[in-house]
Write a protein that binds this ligand. Structure first.
Ligand code: SF4
Ligand code: SF4
Length: 218
């Protein structure tokens, strides 16, 4: 295992139970199947794409995905984890510099090894949905539509009269399932804990998710 100093003595790691792990992998699987269906309808393929989406800057917002990522990281051999951790530290350093000048970082994800995801089964929700058109109804009722990646937009503008004529994946239900899972993971007290807003690199460098241990349990 690598350099992990987290959680500290005054923190408790947030661990997914086998049941919650299974549920999150089912959500991921459903997302993947939905993606494949829409990609097939649109005829979008990542094959020979000049871009690599793994350098897109994304932040992630749940302890559940963070903990699931760490389930995957713990299955890697020590050398691989050390290599990934070093890249993650570099990512954090470089992205801080880019953000400091008001720009959006475009850096390769530390989990990408020779163009492939080293943690494919544990990759994040956003990695499974980027590319295709999608819709989302937010908790406040507002509807959103995402056009997909540049290649998808090119195909859509050739094939469909209007962008909204193209098939799109509705993310709403899966996002709700993830939010419900997050609440259960946090003992239905999610609102008491800090917001999560972290890149994959942050999650690697900071170690597995942890929360302060109540004084009575120290
Ligand atoms: S999602 Fe789009 S931009 Fe990304 S690799 Fe696939 S085709 Fe290329
Ligand atoms: S987790 Fe994997 S799929 Fe997602 S950005 Fe990183 S390397 Fe790419």
């Amino acid at each position: 295992m690598s350099n992990k100093e987290f959680p500290t003595a005054e923190q408790k790691e947030i661990l997914l139970s086998p049941k919650l792990s299974r549920e999150i992998s089912e959500i991921y699987q459903a997302m993947q199947e939905g993606y494949e269906k829409v990609a097939e309808d649109i005829t979008l393929s990542c094959r020979d794409c000049p871009d690599n989406c793994c350098d897109s800057y994304f932040q992630h917002h749940t302890f559940s995905e963070w903990a699931y990522l760490w389930r995957g990281l713990r299955q890697l051999d020590g050398k691989t984890l050390d290599r990934i951790t070093e890249r993650a530290k570099e990512y954090v350093r470089q992205s801080a510099d880019v953000l400091a000048i008001g720009k959006r970082p475009q850096l390769m994800c530390p989990l990408n090894e020779d163009g492939l995801c080293a943690l494919y089964q544990h990759r994040m929700l956003v990695c499974r949905m980027h590319g295709i058109p999608a819709t989302l109804t937010r908790p406040d009722g507002q509807s959103m539509r995402f056009p997909g990646c540049f290649r998808c937009q090119e195909i859509v503008s050739d094939k469909y009269e209007k962008e909204t004529d193209a098939p799109a994946m509705d993310r709403t239900l899966l996002f709700r399932r993830l939010a419900a899972l997050e609440s259960r993971l946090m003992g239905e007290r999610r609102h008491l804990y800090p917001r999560v807003k972290k890149t994959i690199a942050d999650m690697i460098v900071q170690g597995p998710p942890a929360i302060d241990t109540p004084h009575c349990e120290r």
